[in-house]
Ligand binder design. Structure first.
Ligand code: UD1
Ligand code: CA
Length: 436
């Protein structure tokens, strides 16, 4: 039997340790705000509704970050602790019977996987009718800062003790609260509504709901994290960098498992939502932004930067210090050194010489550069957009191709500003010694 699942994402904390105006939960983690990762996770595990709790000053920004993911954004004003956040969320949810469950996630923990959450939900349902809630816990070598889990005689959880309220023996417990918990919706609501702020911080602690459930005779189950790396949340920039690094490694490992030859995982940054074909080689110090698409058998790097809407067809090669943005590079085409390719469409089998620039921005608007198949762009060419190079078109080294130019099929343009190179009937070039 499955019960409908409502998810609360708590994201109203002040995040003072970030020392930033930006809301903590909106810091980017590999191409997507932390909060968005969490909301997507809620959808992935089949949430019937997602309620995000935010502080008043961050309402707009958080609504923007979760737009399109079907979440309801609710303000907690002022934030008075995680238990208070849950009270506000339940108020917004309205209906609350034990025929549904409520899963609580934290906006500052973007590393949890759907697999883990499903394990938690399955254990919760399998626990039976007397289980009021099930908690996700993790054993840490250094549990400091986290709430400690005190086990009950039945192997479940007796209570959670926050560090500030813990005595020395309790502080030595290494099993901690991840914050992720699933509660029967009706009982959970009653218990959470009854929470008070009688503790060291003077906040309403959600964690006190465990003891309150026990006092009503309900059991609280526990599921341990299999991979403790998922348990990293962030309260500071230094912790955020750890979270990003863990996410980055996970993404790289996913591509490796698909047959992508990532040579140096330690220096390769790949955002979420990047597609890479099998047999493609990614050389060290490469950065692939969100949404980049690479075909099969491509070679990228070292030191390449592919950004938004960059797309390489099969066998294309992008080399050192080449930036590609909003551009499609055709099959087997190459840009191996020092180039900027922005807002460009490049055909198949074309060679982009060292130092080529598509000058796409005129100070007011962006314009496109179109290059056909089998073209040859000489070193140091600047193509001022909009402009066009037809199939087999060529430019000489250092050519500055003026805007609105079209280099016809097989034509050669050279010089500054670039002019068409006329061939004499005998075949020799008019203003150059020979073919470049
Ligand atoms: C909390 C838990 C702790 C657990 C740890 C795991 C409590 C009392 N403590 O501590 O047991 O080990 O998380 O990371 O729950 N938030 C609100 N409104 C508020 C306060 C916080 O929405 O009024 C949100 C925050 O944005 C954050 C989450 O709740 O996403 C957790 O709050 P935080 O202050 O980071 O709790 P911790 O001290 O880390
Ligand atoms: Ca936290």
């Amino acid at each position: 039997m499955t019960r409908p699942l409502h998810v609360f994402v708590l994201a109203a904390g002040r995040g003072t340790r970030m020392k930033s105006e930006q809301p903590k939960v909106l810091f980017d983690v590999c191409g997507r705000p932390a909060l968005t990762h969490v909301v997507r996770l809620a959808n992935e595990v089949g949430a019937a509704s997602v309620t995000v709790i935010v502080s008043p000053e961050h309402q707009e920004a958080c609504a923007r970050a979760t737009e399109g993911d079907g979440a309801r954004v609710v303000v907690q004003d002022p934030p008075r602790g995680t238990g208070h956040a849950a009270q506000v969320a339940w108020e917004a949810l309205g209906e609350a019977t034990d025929e549904a469950d409520v899963l609580i996630l934290y906006g500052d923990g973007p590393l949890y996987t759907a697999r883990t959450v499903r394990r938690l939900l399955e254990a919760h349902v399998a626990g039976g009718e007397d289980v009021g809630g099930t908690l996700l816990t993790v054993e840490l070598d250094d549990p400091s800062g986290y709430g400690r889990v005190v086990r009950s005689a039945d192997g479940g959880v007796d209570r959670i003790v926050e560090e500030l309220d813990a005595d020395e023996a309790t502080r030595r417990i290494r099993e901690v609260n991840t914050g992720i918990v699933v509660l029967r919706a009706g009982t959970g609501r009653e218990v959470v509504d009854g929470l008070s702020s009688d503790n060291a911080k003077g906040e309403v602690y959600l964690t006190d709901a465990v003891l309150a459930l026990r006092e009503r005779g309900a059991r609280v189950g526990r599921v341990g994290l299999e991979d403790h790396r998922e348990g990293h949340a962030f309260n500071s920039i230094a912790e955020l960098s750890v979270v990003r690094d863990l996410m980055r490694r996970r993404i790289v490992e996913g591509h490796q498992a698909n047959g992508v030859d990532v040579v140096d995982p330690a220096t390769t940054w790949i955002d979420v939502d990047v597609t890479i074909g099998a047999g493609t080689r990614i050389l060290p110090f490469t950065v692939l932004g969100r949404g980049v698409v690479l075909g099969r058998g491509c070679v990228v790097g070292p030191f390449s930067h592919l950004r938004v809407a960059a797309e390489l067809a099969d066998g294309a090669e992008i080399g050192n210090f080449v930036e590609v943005k909003n551009s499609r590079i055709g099959e087997r085409s190459k840009a191996k050194h020092l180039a900027y390719l922005g807002d460009a469409s490049i055909g198949a089998g074309t060679n982009i010489g060292c130092g080529t620039i598509t000058a796409n921005w005129d100070g007011t608007a962006k314009h496109r550069t179109t290059i056909g198949d089998g073209a040859f762009i000489g070193s140091g060419t600047v193509l001022i957009a909009p402009s066009r190079v037809e199939d087999g078109g060529r430019t000489g080294a250092g050519a500055i191709v003026r805007r609105d130019s079209t280099i016809g099929p097989g034509e050669v343009y050279v010089g500054v500003p670039a002019r068409r190179l006329e061939r004499r009937p005998g075949g020799a070039d008019q203003n150059e010694g020979g073919p470049s």
